[in-house]
Design a protein around this ligand. Structure first.
Ligand SMILES: Cc1cc2nc3c(=O)[nH]c(=O)nc-3n(C[C@H](O)[C@H](O)[C@H](O)COP(=O)(O)OP(=O)(O)OC[C@H]3O[C@@H](n4cnc5c(N)ncnc54)[C@H](O)[C@@H]3O)c2cc1C
Length: 223
């Protein structure tokens, strides 16, 4: 049987300086919506640094600030035509930079859409055009490229206002640096790459499941 969630209103327990007020600023006019529960899927540093001012979130911010951000790989999307090599959905080309080739993009008939991820381990390993890097690894696509889009790591972080890879692993302390699912603000939960249990689709999904478990089932509405 559905039970009522243990929240009456997201609140800040008598903190007069708080900007939370049981609601969140909502675009585009920044008006506020009352809410029993809020699940935030944005970078907790943005949430607690800019959107929710609450003294007890300072510790969360301080812990996160000690951990560096994990940058995503550089990404190149390629539109290819002609006799393109046949590769499986994902091919990993080991070395520095590490290159991952994904071939399962959607393209018009007779063409192909590939995504190339490049991650350098040492400074300078990312120098040079990715098509040249691929050529030097035996995968020469230069004659097949009809269109391409390049996205640097910092562009991707800017686009999603936070790294989709969350916090860089720096030993077991990273486990405690990520924002917990239940935040110090009652009724406010954190999910996503920089929250527990971490980045990557399986972990982000697990974090969402944890939040759902903590919140509990919705009250059944009788018709
Ligand atoms: C190129 C690339 C390849 C990847 N490949 C894999 C893979 O093969 N397998 C895997 O498991 N993981 C992969 N990942 C990682 C995975 O995509 C991320 O870990 C996961 O998507 C993070 O989920 P998220 O919800 O935290 O963040 P996101 O998916 O980035 O979603 C956050 C959303 O919040 C929005 N947002 C941010 N700030 C605000 C704000 N203030 N107000 C409103 N909205 C806001 C952003 O616009 C964005 O839409 C890959 C990531 C990249 C970049």
């Amino acid at each position: 049987m559905a039970s009522k969630p243990p929240f009456s209103r997201a609140n800040t327990s008598g903190n007069s300086n708080c900007q939370w007020n049981g609601g969140i600023p909502c675009s585009p006019d920044r008006s506020r919506l009352a809410a029993d529960v809020v699940v935030s899927a944005i970078d907790p540093r943005t949430l607690f640094g800019r959107l929710v001012a609450h003294p007890s979130t300072r510790q969360v911010l301080a812990r996160m600030d000690r951990s560096p951000t994990a940058l995503p790989p550089e990404v190149t999307h390629l539109g290819l035509a002609g006799e393109v090599p046949v590769l499986p959905v994902e091919t990993v080309l080991h070395g520095d930079p590490l290159v991952v080739v994904r071939t399962n993009g959607t393209a018009p008939p007779g063409q192909a859409a590939w995504t190339i991820l490049r991650r350098a381990r040492r400074a300078g390993a990312s120098a040079g055009d990715i098509l040249d890097v691929l050529g030097s690894r035996g995968l020469d696509l230069r004659a097949h490229v009809v269109t391409r889009i390049d996205r640097s790591a910092s562009q991707i972080v800017d686009e999603t206002a936070g790294s989709p890879y969350g916090l860089a692993w720096s030993g077991t302390n990273t486990l405690y640096a990520r924002a917990g699912t239940a935040s110090p603000v009652e009724g406010l939960f954190c999910v996503g790459a920089a929250a527990h249990p971490g980045a990557g689709l399986p972990f982000v999904g697990l974090g969402a499941a944890l939040a759902a478990q903590l919140i509990g089932p919705a009250e059944r509405v009788r018709g």
